[in-house]
Design a protein around this ligand. Structure first.
Ligand code: SF4
Length: 351
């Protein structure tokens, strides 16, 4: 049966933080109205967590909560894809791969799951097949229309990427991309301390999940860098710096970013944020942890779940940043850094 109304619900969780500029462009070009779930709240977390086993990782609990929120808003068709493999022998974790099955089993109600599978390893289901599956239930089968929407999706995605690479906050860059605007901030603010935040986009860009970590670090006078500020080539360089092969679909944003920032002389320390119960993260973080010692970079690892208290989280951030300040000032004092002040044709070295 063909679904007549072109209205689709998208949960504001998991792959939202990787692909939403593309998906928004794609669905909009095909005439869809997109309804997003609301921002994550305590209710989203507790309702999502109540439907799955305790050991499930936090991002999946959050995702379930967002599906419930869409149903509450009366959305009948919810996009829940299965992103199995994003490249040859590059896989997602079992939870992301089995997302439609998980949602079908735990969330009961009057709604349809719009399911599409991306599997570039076993089933040779690439992006085109994936998109066709997503819109077929709505009676859209024209290759021409789908290709044109795909092109539009990529334009929005690329515009978004350029803006976040230039340090624009996620939401602002997304909103600009939706309006077809590209705004680049030429004058980046410099701060005494630079920290690389290594985590999945769905952890750090969801303000509730991560307790607004960007704002907290900013208030401590720290400039934050993340995988979203890097190009694909820089992330691949980071993988070589750590000497690891790509296996996990989200490894570039973890190991790639960590490798790049560990090697960067501008970065004073690394903060990794991982979800309790995440198998891939425990492997990647263990490796990053070990290699951080070779690069002589301080590293703080924070694990989050739905019970993580804000006070303890902030205390650990403060203590880490305080240590970075002291280390940097001690280093500067010891090395009596050379300051070169050009005066006409002369150069004065201050020591
Ligand atoms: S990668 Fe880890 S945190 Fe993300 S969904 Fe899979 S198990 Fe959960």
């Amino acid at each position: 049966m063909v679904i007549k109304e072109k209205v689709i619900g998208i949960p504001r969780a998991l792959i939202y933080y990787n692909y939403i500029p593309f998906l928004a462009g794609f669905f909009t070009k095909l005439g869809f109205e997109i309804i997003y779930s609301d921002l994550t709240t305590k209710k989203t977390l507790s309702e999502g967590a109540s439907l799955v086993v305790t050991e499930t990782c936090l991002p999946i609990k959050v995702y379930v909560g967002h599906v419930l929120n869409l149903i509450e808003k009366g959305v009948k068709n919810i996009f829940v894809p299965s992103i199995q493999s994003v490249g040859y022998k590059i896989y997602n974790c079992s939870k992301i791969r089995g997302l439609p099955d998980l949602i079908r089993n735990v969330v009961k109600g009057d709604y349809n799951i719009i399911e599409a599978t991306l599997d570039k390893s076993e089933k040779n289901l690439g992006l085109i097949e994936f998109l066709k599956q997503a819109v077929e239930p709505f009676g859209i089968t024209s290759d021409e229309e789908i290709y044109s929407a795909l092109k539009y999706g990529f334009i929005q995605y690329n515009n978004f990427k350029v803006m976040v690479q230039h340090n624009m906050p996620f939401d602002t860059a997304f909103n600009n991309a939706l309006k077809g605007k590209v705004v680049i901030n030429q004058q980046e603010e410099e701060k005494e301390i630079n920290v690389a935040l290594i985590s999945h986009g769905y952890n750090i860009y969801d303000k509730r999940v991560c307790m607004d970590v960007f704002k907290k670090l900013d208030s401590l006078g720290v400039k934050v860098h993340s995988a979203y500020n890097l190009t694909d080539d820089q992330l691949k360089d980071g993988m070589s710096a750590l000497n690891v092969d790509l296996y996990w679909a989200n490894q570039l944003e973890m190991s790639g970013a960590a490798g790049y920032y560990l090697r960067s002389l501008d970065i004073d320390g690394i903060i990794t944020i991982t979800a309790f119960g995440c198998g891939p993260d425990s492997l990647m973080i263990e490796d990053i942890n070990r290699k951080a010692k070779n690069f002589n970079k301080p590293l703080l690892n924070l694990t989050i779940d739905e019970h993580t208290g804000e006070a303890g989280f902030v205390t650990r951030l403060e203590a880490f940043c305080d240590m970075l300040y002291r280390k940097k000032r001690a280093y500067k004092a010891e090395n009596k850094e050379e300051i070169i002040v050009p005066v006409d044709d002369y150069t004065i070295n201050l020591r």
